[in-house]
Ligand binder design. Sequence first.
Ligand SMILES: NC(=O)c1ccc[n+]([C@@H]2O[C@H](COP(=O)([O-])OP(=O)(O)OC[C@H]3O[C@@H](n4cnc5c(N)ncnc54)[C@H](O)[C@@H]3O)[C@@H](O)[C@H]2O)c1
Length: 350
Amino acid sequence: MKVLVTGGAGFIGANFIGYILREHPADEVVCLDKLTYAGNLWSLEGAFASGRFRFYQGDVCDRAGVFSLFAKEKPEVCVHFAAESHVDRSIADAGVFLRTNVAGTQVMLEACRAYGARMHLISTDEVYGDTPLGSRKKFGERAALRPSSPYAASKAAADLFALAYARTYGVRLTITRSANNYGALQFPEKLIPLAIGKAMRGEPVPVYGDGKNVREWLDVTDHCRAVDAVLRAGRQGEIYNVGGKACSNLEIVSALLRLCGRKESEIVFVADRPGHDRRYALDCGKISSELGFFPKTELCEGLSRTVAWYRGHGEWLAKIGSGEYRKVPPFAEGKILVAGSLPGGEGRQA
Ligand SMILES: NC(=O)c1ccc[n+]([C@@H]2O[C@H](COP(=O)([O-])OP(=O)(O)OC[C@H]3O[C@@H](n4cnc5c(N)ncnc54)[C@H](O)[C@@H]3O)[C@@H](O)[C@H]2O)c1
């Protein structure tokens, strides 16, 4: 299979590319990524070395660039990860979320439609909105979409565009809506790598509000397994929830501090995020009964592996801290193809 992965220089996309190249030795991967602040070529060293990987720098909103890539590469399936993904940034400036997550998804759907490729859209549990702490409610795939943040609203809009393209134009489509991922290669603005980085440096670790907000936590490799299972055996036009282990933010941060050998007293409670969702809860019966998918990694084991990864990859973190990660690494020199045109000043220079 030739798989186009958008957003493959980001956290989950890079893990997914590694997973596909490892697990499917006959597959080829083409990556399209704009290399925004969240894109990191250093996360793709193994992919560049594989001989079955090509990287295009380009914007999913650039119709001409995306179409030229499809004409050249003719991917069979597009796994669409590319997005602005940080809720806090969407609260500060929603415009780029509307552009990339909604308009960009529509461009990718148009290209899939024009070139007969299948679309697999990476969505999120946040599209369902929240439920009060202590409630027993779980959201199944048919639950109403009630996003709270501009990020979640943009993801819900992308899902609806994708479903409309499947119905109206017959684009072959599957969607996964996953819980919060954790693991290697996550940009350190997100809760888990942020907390690990601060704990490693001996700094106080911030937690929003009372810290009781509950999220489900999913090991990123389990997420990759779920997407792969849907790609190979999922039913056309269907949505699959991919959940994890429910845990409050405070419990997660406390566990990380313990794993880093630090005290819980190093937590500082900071002003809550506006509109902060209280609890997400997914009903994942469909993916387990239809595809036999269950997450394999226990949360404590996954967190401990994640802490070990960040401890062992101080250089990866340091390059982000210094901004060096935005330069083209030696292993990628001369291998960055360009899809379309990027506005002046954007993107990476060797
Ligand atoms: N991280 C999570 O816990 C989580 C949970 C559920 C769903 N998701 C979804 O998974 C996907 C990936 O999330 P992530 O955490 O890896 O994100 P990320 O922010 O780490 O990476 C996003 C990637 O997309 C690229 N990108 C951004 N705008 C682009 C554009 N206009 N054109 C091309 N590339 C662009 C960035 O350069 C980056 O490489 C997103 O769609 C997100 O909504 C994430």
